[in-house]
Write a protein that binds this ligand. Structure first.
Ligand SMILES: [Zn+2]
Ligand SMILES: [Zn+2]
Length: 267
């Protein structure tokens, strides 16, 4: 299996030295990993606004590729924080770099003055928050097309200040169908983000019923990511997620090399 969503210390919120991340991946038997560091612009969270030196990261990852050759595949990804007013600049930055994989993620959706976690506190109900969030995801898939996979649909679940943090397909059918249809029609894919388990959500993000719907609608491209920001979380809960995906009828997981999906059979 591949972990397609690991943050190295090139992300300001991660503690994973890239080399240690690679060692951990080998230790737990992963075939490969994608370092998916943050590209955030104009973020309400000031720590994200220092530009990441992707050139420097590229050099370091090239060295690690050599060092671990034959033992671990290592690819260069980016997790892009998408908001409508940033799309032109994001496209320009992405084109300048040699990314293997571009994940489109909606982190800030509550207005530019509020960060993702603070923003979720301003809603009276979970439903109100999730509708705003899902509309922002729909905006992202309609307007930002230079991506490969949509990250963690249901991200707002992590931060809503309500006891029940579930996001069920049946409660948000129309907007989820609109998102999934756009993703599928554009030939893009979804991430299954296993961090939901370690964050006490009891499911990955998105939940299995949304993944089931994605499959029913003809969705095929699925990548698995831990969203690890510390070494111990690399590849965490993957066996559990894999089994559930197989029960839903998924046969393959993908990873990306040079912006193209490579499919691996789950067995
Ligand atoms: Zn994210
Ligand atoms: Zn992430």
């Amino acid at each position: 299996m591949f972990d397609c969503h690991i943050h190295s210390t090139f992300s300001p919120d991660s503690k994973i030295d890239a080399k240690d991340g690679c060692k951990k991946a080998i230790e737990i038997g992963l075939q490969g990993i994608i370092f998916n560091d943050h590209l955030e612009l104009d973020s309400p969270e000031s720590m994200f606004n220092e530009a990441v030196d992707f050139e420097e990261r590229s050099k370091i990852l090239d060295e690690l590729k050599k060092k671990f050759e034959g033992r671990l595949k290592i690819f260069k990804g980016v997790e892009v924080g998408v908001r409508p007013h940033l799309i032109k600049d994001l496209n320009l930055i992405i084109k300048k770099h040699d990314f293997d994989f571009v994940m489109s993620s909606v982190h800030d959706f509550a207005g530019s003055e509020d960060s993702y976690n603070v923003g979720t506190y301003s809603y009276e109900t979970k439903e109100e928050c999730f509708i705003v969030y899902l509309n922002a995801v729909y905006d992202a898939v309609k307007n930002f097309k230079y991506y490969d996979v949509i990250g963690h649909i249901g991200f707002a679940r992590r931060y809503v200040p309500f006891e029940n943090k579930s996001m069920k397909y049946s409660d948000y059918k129309d907007i989820l169908d609109a998102i999934l249809k756009t993703v599928i029609d554009d030939g893009k894919g979804l991430e299954v983000n296993s961090s939901g388990y370690r964050q006490g959500l009891g499911t990955p993000i998105p939940d299995y019923d949304i993944l089931k719907r994605y499959k029913e609608m003809g969705g095929e491209i699925l990548v698995l990511g831990s969203d690890a920001h510390q070494v111990d979380d690399v590849g965490k809960n993957f066996d559990l997620v894999k089994e559930r995906l197989q029960n839903l009828g998924f046969k393959y997981l993908a990873y990306f090399e040079k912006r193209k999906p490579v499919f691996l059979t789950m067995d």
